[in-house]
Design a protein around this ligand. Structure first.
Ligand code: ADP
Length: 478
């Protein structure tokens, strides 16, 4: 069975967040399920430069304003189809924004092109290639579902996966014809969202199935509180909406073989983590002291991630002699906030502003706790890495965080199954309480090691999720 995965980011070629990790890892896991997966991505400079053995496989006379071509090559074991369209993608910056941080003004065309080419490939335009299923990731790929409808003819099954409902891809209605969309699709039962064109909504309406990245988030987004205006659409799809947890690439995230950390370790050699903790303390300018409870953060710095609440909770961190190491980038106010906190609490709070894949591994390997106080979290990957690396996750009880961490309440401790701490609500009081609980748990080092081992024993790989996706794909094949 053949699947065309369609995504705007793909690890290791281009990444701004978890979407890239998923798009890069799931195809490899699906191969073990007997699926042949190719991945369609925009041909940003980093993508075209990273392709091995690239060949032109399709010429397109016009792709929203100029000719384009599809090139096929490989990278990191992935079969990649890239859209070589310099007028859309030959630009610096991340996939969505200029180096100055503003969205490209033609993002509607840039990602409509991704959807259009996906639908074209789905219709069998490439000789010898007829994908059974298009797997669309997030709003950037959403219009593919509409174009599949529109093109008619041979139609693959379409699965839309929502990695984050907050990003909906809304553009002015006036672009309808410029995006080659049929006027009759513009309505409340089509791709219109309150007078705008909704790329994600197109996917939610026209796909055969909708998935999101955890069972709890699948429930949450069907409620007005978390549905971001699309809860009605999602409720109307009934049983077509399912939650499948993400996994992580357990070859890249393997504490026993990780070359990016100071000292590899396994769950039977937890004492070796001390070398990673020492390296982390040094890297973040923290006092070299193995007894201090060291809390780590690896995150985008944004409202979603609740890290403003962590800034508010700093007095508890200070009062209980804990340490904090924050690796992140994002909203300027929050970046500045952590910078100020670090200089005001030298030795106890450290921050590295930026994106650093290697340092993320060291945080997971050296921190005692990984903090994820998100206000909403579709799945979350960093707590899965933390579980695998023996950093005890302290998370808000929402979305995928609720589904992946077993709270150290009295019953779970008695049963010896706890893997971390959950808290609610996401407020200063909620986080203060959680930090105090963690400080209490830390005092019993034997129980702490048990929690670490429990987490490290959990299967956070793609094996199970890939089997679930494969079953879903078999059910919708075109
Ligand atoms: P989101 O996709 O919402 O940002 P996820 O937890 O799903 O959050 O995925 C985030 C991914 O990005 C993880 O792989 C995490 O390790 C990585 N990441 C986030 N911020 C940084 C950073 N500053 N440096 C390195 N890796 C980061």
């Amino acid at each position: 069975m053949q699947v065309l995965s369609v995504a705007s980011e793909l690890f290791p070629l281009i990444k701004t967040g978890g979407l890239a990790d998923v798009a890069g890892a799931l195809p490899l896991a699906l191969a073990a399920e007997g699926m042949e997966v190719a991945t369609l991505v925009p041909g940003y400079p980093a993508v075209l430069a990273g392709l091995a053995g690239a060949e032109i496989v399709l010429e397109l006379a016009d792709l929203f304003g100029a000719p384009a071509r599809v090139v096929r090559g490989s990278a990191a074991g992935l079969d990649i189809l890239a859209i070589d369209a310099p007028h859309l993608y030959a630009r610096p910056g991340n996939p969505y924004q200029s180096p100055g941080g503003s969205d490209w003004p033609d993002n509607a065309q840039r990602f409509a092109a991704l959807g259009r080419v996906a639908a074209t490939l789905g219709s069998g335009a490439l000789a010898g290639y007829a994908p059974d299923v298009l797997h669309l990731h997030d709003w950037q790929a959403g219009l593919a579902a509409a174009y599949v409808r529109q093109l008619g003819g041979r139609a693959p099954g379409v699965v839309m996966t929502v990695h984050n409902l907050a990003f909906q891809g809304l553009f002015p209605a006036g672009l309808l014809s410029a995006l080659w969309l049929a006027p009759d699709m513009f309505g409340v039962n089509g791709l219109e969202f309150h007078g705008a064109i909704g790329f994600l909504k197109a996917g939610l309406i026209y796909a055969d199935r909708v998935t999101t990245v955890s069972p709890t988030y699948a429930d949450e987004i069907r409620t007005p509180d978390s549905g971001m205006g699309l809860d009605g659409v999602l409720r109307a799809r009934g049983g077509d909406v399912v939650g499948i947890l993400n996994g992580i690439d357990t070859k890249i995230w393997n504490p026993e073989t990780d070359a990016l950390i100071q000292m590899p370790f396994s769950r039977m050699q937890l004492a070796r983590r001390a070398a990673n903790k020492a390296a982390l303390q040094q890297r973040f300018g923290l006092q070299a002291d193995p007894r201090r409870l060291l809390c780590g953060v690896v995150s985008r710095l944004s409202w979603q991630k609740g890290l403003d609440v962590l800034l508010d909770a700093l007095p508890v961190v200070r009062a209980h002699g804990m340490q904090l190491a924050v690796l992140g980038s994002g909203e300027p106010g929050m970046e500045a906030g952590f910078g100020v906190a670090a200089s005001a609490n030298a030795g106890q709070v450290g921050c590295v502003i930026g994106y650093d894949e290697g340092l993320a591994h060291l945080v997971q390997a050296g921190a005692d706790v990984l903090l994820v106080p998100s206000r909403f979290e579709p799945c979350g990957l960093t707590q899965l890495c933390a579980l695998r690396y023996g950093a005890v996750p302290v998370v808000s009880r929402i979305g995928g965080l609720a589904d992946t961490v077993i709270d150290a309440n009295a019953a779970a401790l008695a049963q010896g199954v706890a893997t971390g701490v959950q808290f609610a609500p996401v407020s200063r009081a909620g986080l203060d309480q959680a930090l105090l609980r963690v400080a209490g748990l830390w005092r019993d080092q034997a129980a702490w090691r048990k929690m670490q081992r429990n987490g490290m024993t959990m299967d956070v790989s793609w094996r199970k999720p890939a089997a679930q996706y494969a079953a879903l794909f078999r059910g919708v094949r075109g």
